[in-house]
Write a protein that binds this ligand. Structure first.
Ligand SMILES: [Zn+2]
Length: 443
């Protein structure tokens, strides 16, 4: 029995959440819409219709490229990719061939391994075929609402050697896309679609195998994981028997947890690419790229490091909070508020992650209030409060005079000082009231 190392590469399609389609002004929000209601001569591929590129979609792809450490091709263009299929009315797709918008990106995994991104390009989505069967037989209908929606395609180098890395990478890509706000990257709705190519090489052999299997139409990370694991075993069994693995496209059977042959690939298809004559090429200026780069904001990887360094909460909490950009921002607000209340970030993170308390309280201030109620039994006694307030009012005469001269905001500082003396156990409302009462009638 030989030992084999998997050689895996990925193609990820991401449907951009632009308002209009890639080359016309039809609405791009096609999910669950009445079929063929969002169409025009351009996205129906009628003769003479002219494509007009969507600038937002181009910026989104450049943003995605820059966020994944890619190089932007300052000179770029669209090309026609020819093939015949009912979901493609023009019989060509406007895509990008030799000058994609972005190339040579890099994503680091937690293990330290780097995955190289060969390219990220922009193209138009196809129409959607719906298959039916009734007493007249089988038939298919075409919904063109999706035809012409902006679609971003990312292709990796075959750098993956195990399935866990593939899944970690894809989840990170999904997170980056969501942080950038360029797509929902929702697998169930088809706004993120996965394809993997896989072959095995003997452990002692560093040359890439002379075949590859393409896994297509897989709509969840879990199914992709199962399909890859099944394929690795299937190919190893064949190779051990001395059988050559056929170059083919395979699908995944969700009921049997197996892969099955869809199409044998005898030779590479010739798409007869040529430059799209109706759209002039692009020249991006440095300033244009600079502006896009400055709009990117904090990416998950940077946030991961900041949360660990600044908040010192456990890694599993960090991952849960990061997985939703809004939640991670909510936690940032709580951390800021907690400087005043000193409840403790571990307690706060725990209540968010394990009790979803943030779902009940959309306002961070109310969350903290609730938290203080929960921990009420730990509140300091009236005597302790009185002593602490008395001491603070005498230790900070400047703050007291500031307050009396109308600087009401200084109360926050005084509450913080009292809390410090009480080890954070004071009821903020009680302390605030007590401070105000004493400030109004200075001793
Ligand atoms: Zn249209």
């Amino acid at each position: 029995m030989n030992k084999y190392i998997p050689v895996i590469g990925l193609e990820v399609h991401i449907e951009l959440s632009t308002v209009s389609k890639m080359f016309c002004s039809c609405s791009a929000l096609h999910f669950a819409k009445e079929p063929n209601t969002q169409v025009c001569p351009t996205c129906l591929g009628l003769p003479g219709a002219m494509p007009y590129p969507n600038k937002i979609a181009i910026k989104d792809v450049l943003k995605f490229g820059l966020a994944t450490n890619s190089k932007v091709n300052k000179f770029s263009k669209f090309d026609r990719k020819h093939y015949m299929y009912p979901d493609l009315p023009k019989s060509y797709q406007i895509s990008q061939y030799d000058l994609p918008f972005c190339i040579n990106g890099k994503i680091s995994l937690k293990s330290g391994k780097t995955i190289n991104l060969r390219r990220i390009h922009l193209e138009e989505d196809t129409a959607k075929l719906q298959h039916y069967e009734d007493e007249t037989g089988q038939y298919s209908l075409i919904d063109f609402n999706r035809s012409g929606v902006a679609l971003c395609e990312m292709v990796t180098e075959p750098d993956f050697e195990n399935v866990d890395d593939v899944i970690e990478f894809l989840k990170e890509i999904q997170l980056i896309v969501r942080y950038l706000g360029i797509s929902q990257a929702d697998m169930e709705k088809g706004s993120m679609r996965l394809e993997a190519n896989l072959s095995l090489r003997p452990e002692k052999d560093s040359i890439l195998p002379d075949y590859k299997i393409e896994l297509k139409n897989i709509n969840s990370f879990r199914f992709l994981e199962k399909a890859l694991n099944y394929e690795i075993q299937r190919q190893a069994d064949l190779l051990n028997k001395g059988v050559k693995v056929a170059q083919e496209t395979r699908g995944f059977d969700q009921l049997k947890n197996t892969t099955f042959s869809q199409r044998i690939k005898e030779e590479a298809q010739d798409y007869r690419y040529f430059p799209e004559p109706d759209i002039p090429p692009f020249r991006f200026e440095d300033k244009f790229i600079f502006v896009i780069k400055s709009e990117i904001g904090e990416m998950p990887q940077e946030k991961r490091v900041r949360f660990a360094n600044d908040y010192k909460i456990p890694q599993n909490y960090i991952e849960v909070l990061l997985s939703d950009k809004k939640r991670s921002e909510y936690f940032d607000k709580l951390a800021e508020l907690d400087k005043k209340y000193s409840i403790g970030l571990n307690t706060i993170a725990n209540l968010m992650v394990n009790k979803n308390l943030d779902q009940e309280y959309p306002e961070p201030e109310l969350f903290i209030k609730k938290l203080l109620e929960i921990t009420k039994k730990d509140y300091s006694t009236t005597d302790e409060n009185t002593n602490a307030v008395y001491e603070v009012l005498h230790e900070f005469p400047k703050a007291v005079s500031d307050y009396n001269s109308g600087k009401g905001a200084v109360i926050g500082f005084l509450v913080g000082m009292v809390q410090k003396k009480l080890g954070g156990k004071g009821n903020p409302k009680v302390i605030t009231d007590m401070l105000i009462l004493n400030l109004k009638s200075p001793k």
